[in-house]
Write a protein that binds this ligand. Structure first.
Ligand code: PMT
Length: 399
C-alpha cells in the first residue's frame, strides 16, 4: 500500500467503533499518508483527542468556532487541504446531518464546504441501519457521489447480530488504497470530444447549440482518474480543464476534425460527446451581413464533416458515439450506430430539461456490440460526474 503525499482527513463521530480508528490512523501514516483528524463531541466520549493527535502527528480539530484553529487551519483550509475525507465511524446521526447539508459542527461543515471526495464508513446498531430514514439518507448521499464503505454484518457491541458493524480498519485502509491507486486504464490513450461547435456566418453571427460540455468533461475526468492519458478536444465552453487532462480548444467542426485526426493516431478509445453542428454556412461573410429590404434571408448551408464516422473508418480505436434525440430515442440511436459503423452509442433524450443539454444529470441507454450481439445497458438518471465513471468502466470492460 502506497499513500505517500496523499492528504487524508479522518473524521470520527460518536460510536464504539471509534477506538478502532486509532489503528486505521496508524496504518495510513505507515503507508505514507498525511493525516489530519476531526472529531465530533460524540467521538470524544469514546476515544481521546490526545490519542489521535499522537498517532496522526497533528493537532486534532474539534471546534468550528475555535479562534486559534481559524487563524492556523480553519474549516475552509481543512476542506481544501484534503485529497479525501473519510468519516469513520459514521453514525446514523452524522449521516442524517450530512444528508441534510447541516453545518452545525466542524465535521459536518467540512462536508458541506469541500469539493473533495467523501467516504462514509457506517457503524451503528442493526436496527438503526435498517431504519427507512437511514436507508433513504444513504441512498441520497450515494447518489450525490459519497462513497459508502460497509457496513459489515456480525455480532454488535450491544449484543445484537446483523448489518451495521464498521468494516475493519485493514479493509478501510485497502479501500483508501484502491481509491487512490486503482488505475485500470493505465497505458491507454483516450480522445474525447466535448461541448458545441461554433460555425461562423459573419463576424458577429454564428450557428451553435446548447451543449455545456459537462458530459464530455466528466468523461474526460473519469478516464483520467482511472489512469488513462486523456486528450480532450473541446468546443467553446465555460468549464475548467479537468485535472490531469490535456485540453485542446477548437471552434468549428472542421477545426475539431483536424485536431481529432492527429490526436487519434495512437488512441485506444475515441468518445464523441461533442454536439457537432451538422451544417455550416456555405460562404461565411467577411463583413457583417446587412439587412436586405423587408424580405426574409436565405442562408445556404453545407454539411460539416462527420468526425465520428471519420474516426470509425480511419482509426483502429474503439469508437463511442452519443445520440442526442428528441423522439424514437432508441431506434434513432441504433440507426446512427449502424450508419457510422461504431461499436457503441449512448442515447440521451434531449427533449427533457432534467437531463441532456446543460443539466448536471443525465440518463443514457448504451447500445454496444458484444460477440456479434447487440446489448443494451441503462445508466442513470444521476449526476454526469458519477454516470461518467460507470460509462468509462463499461467501455473498458467491453472494448
Ligand atoms: O454538453 P452537455 O450540456 O453536458 O450535454 C451533453 C450532450 C447532450 C451534448 C451529450 O450527451 C450528447 O448527446 N452529445 C452528442 C450530441 C450530438 O451531436 O448528437 P448527434 O446525434 O447529432 O450526433 C451523433 C454522434 O456523431 C455524436 O457522437 C456526435 O459527436 C457525432 N458527430 C455528429 C456530427 C458530426 N458532424 N460529427 C460528429 O462527430
Amino acid at each position: 500500500m502506497n499513500l505517500s503525499h496523499k492528504k487524508i482527513l479522518l473524521g470520527l463521530t460518536g460510536g464504539i467503533a471509534a477506538y478502532k480508528v486509532a489503528d486505521l490512523c496508524r496504518q495510513l501514516i505507515k503507508a505514507g499518508a498525511e493525516v489530519r483528524v476531526v472529531m465530533t463531541n460524540g467521538a470524544k466520549a469514546f476515544i481521546t483527542p490526545l490519542t489521535m493527535q499522537a498517532l496522526s502527528g497533528n493537532p486534532v480539530h474539534d471546534d468550528l468556532l475555535d479562534p486559534n484553529a481559524e487563524a492556523a487551519m480553519g474549516h475552509i483550509e481543512l476542506a481544501k487541504w484534503a485529497d479525501l475525507i473519510v468519516v469513520a465511524p459514521a453514525s446514523a446521526d452524522f449521516i442524517a446531518r450530512a444528508t441534510a447539508g447541516m453545518a452545525d459542527d466542524l465535521l459536518a461543515t467540512l462536508c458541506v464546504a469541500t469539493s473533495k471526495p467523501i467516504a462514509l464508513v457506517p457503524a451503528m446498531n442493526q436496527q438503526m441501519w435498517a431504519n427507512k430514514a437511514t436507508q433513504a439518507n444513504i441512498q441520497t448521499v450515494a447518489k450525490r457521489g459519497f462513497h459508502i464503505w460497509g457496513p459489515a454484518s456480525g455480532e454488535q457491541a450491544c449484543g445484537d447480530v446483523g448489518l451495521g458493524r464498521m468494516i475493519e480498519p485493514v479493509e478501510i485502509a485497502e479501500k483508501i488504497d484502491e481509491f487512490f491507486n486503482h488505475k485500470p486504464l493505465k497505458n491507454q490513450h483516450w480522445v474525447i470530444t466535448a461541448g458545441p461547435t461554433v460555425e461562423k456566418i459573419d463576424p458577429v453571427r454564428f450557428l451553435t447549440n446548447r451543449s455545456s460540455g459537462k458530459m464530455g468533461y466528466s468523461i474526460a475526468q473519469a478516464a483520467a482518474n482511472l489512469g488513462a492519458k486523456v486528450t480532450l478536444v473541446s468546443g467553446p465552453v465555460n468549464l475548467d480543464t479537468p485535472n490531469g487532462v490535456k485540453r485542446i480548444m477548437v471552434r468549428s467542426a472542421s477545426e475539431m476534425l483536424k485536431v481529432v485526426e492527429s490526436a487519434t493516431e495512437k488512441a485506444d478509445v475515441f468518445v464523441a460527446c461533442a454536439a457537432v453542428s451538422d451544417y455550416r454556412a456555405k460562404e461565411a461573410s467577411e463583413q457583417k451581413m446587412k439587412k436586405q429590404g423587408d424580405d426574409g434571408l436565405v442562408l445556404e448551408l453545407e454539411q460539416n464533416p462527420d468526425i465520428l464516422k471519420w474516426v470509425a473508418s480511419h482509426r483502429n480505436c474503439y469508437a463511442v458515439g452519443f445520440a442526442a434525440e428528441t423522439q424514437n430515442v432508441s431506434d434513432y440511436a441504433q440507426a446512427k450506430m449502424k450508419r457510422k459503423a461504431i461499436q457503441m452509442i449512448c442515447a440521451n433524450d434531449v427533449s427533457r430539461s432534467d437531463i441532456g443539454f446543460a443539466s448536471d444529470q443525465n440518463e443514457l441507454k448504451v447500445f454496444y456490440q458484444n460477440n456479434g450481439e447487440l446489448e443494451m445497458v441503462s445508466l442513470g438518471p444521476e449526476l454526469k460526474s458519477l454516470l461518467a465513471f460507470e460509462l468509462v468502466e463499461l467501455i473498458n470492460k467491453v472494448k
